[in-house]
Design a protein around this ligand. Structure first.
Ligand code: PD2
Ligand code: ZN
Length: 280
């Protein structure tokens, strides 16, 4: 049996600690000319050690991503409780826009349930792994825990089924309220491996690998979710949602995205982030 290479193992351990995924590191090592058997043995050893260190359970084979079943180019996907429409599909970056993802009642309940906890939005601070008020996001926000209430749980189970990704790998839903003038400047949702806080953040379920932004209230003007690298603009229509995935924490994924200013009315979204492994 081929054994692990010490130099490669050292490099892999450093990169895993910074938040790179094992799939992207495998690809990089192979591209750099390492023998495939050596890479396989070394990645297995590094990932095994990382899992023990993190006490995390990986539920999915390395390298796979959340993805709706798009074989046969469906116009809809029937989940246990909903017929979700496929409105727009992009290959790279992987983007799928869903219609009829949420019912009106689900949208209204999530807004209602979020009200008590809505405060000035906070984003995870990459420097410290803590939270800070962020001027790039002028909306108000809150997080539910996973399954915090029956509506969250129903929507989360639907997303897990639709995207073929374990329920346990999802973060709790985040609800954002954008009043007139509020926006979210373009950013990436993955945690930047170069930031010192990332190693701590990814101990809870690994990297983010996909996002679903679900629209709960349609503003009268503005508030589209935009992907500047590909010139895509998704209109924020209540009940619909945009899914996108990223196989590594790198701009090459073309997943730069933002929320344009709401110019009239109010926009609400619920965002679901999916991790590589169980989010504890
Ligand atoms: O509300 C949006 O359109 C939006 C845009 C970019 C939300 C997020 N990112 C997010 O929640 O990460
Ligand atoms: Zn985002």
């Amino acid at each position: 049996m081929t054994s692990a290479n010490t130099d490669l193992l050292k490099w892999l351990n450093e990169c895993l600690a910074r938040g790179h995924s094992s799939a992207s590191l495998t690809a990089t090592a192979l591209q750099s000319g390492w023998n495939a058997d050596v890479v396989r043995a070394t990645v297995a050893e590094a990932v095994g050690r990382e899992l023990i260190a993190n006490r995390a359970v990986v539920r999915t084979p390395g390298g796979s991503l959340p993805e709706p079943d798009m074989t046969q180019s469906p116009t809809f996907i029937q989940t246990t409780d909903r017929r979700v429409e496929i409105l727009t599909v992009v290959k790279h970056p992987r983007v799928v826009v869903f219609g009829n993802l949420l019912s009106d009642e689900e949208c209204e309940s999530l807004i209602e349930l979020a009200q008590p906890k809505l405060a000035r939005s906070q984003t995870v601070d990459n420097q410290t792994g803590g939270e800070e008020v962020n001027s790039a996001r002028t909306s108000d926000g809150m997080f539910f825990t996973r399954s915090e209430n029956p509506v969250c749980e129903r929507v989360e189970r639907r997303l897990a089924e639709l995207l073929n990704w374990p329920f346990e790998n999802g973060e709790g839903l985040q609800v954002l309220r954008y009043r007139t003038g509020a926006q979210y400047v373009p950013h990436y949702d993955y945690f930047d491996p170069a930031q010192p806080g990332t190693a701590k953040i990814v101990q809870r379920g690994g990297q983010r690998v996909a996002t679903v932004v679900m629209y709960l209230r349609t503003p009268d003007r503005g508030g589209a979710t935009v992907f500047p690298d590909i010139g895509l603009e998704v209109q924020p229509v209540k009940g619909s949602g945009v899914f996108f995935s990223y196989d590594r924490p790198h701009p090459d994924t073309k997943t730069l995205h933002g929320g344009t200013p709401v110019t009239l009315g109010e926009k609400y979204v619920a965002t679901k982030w999916l991790r590589e492994s169980e989010f504890i």
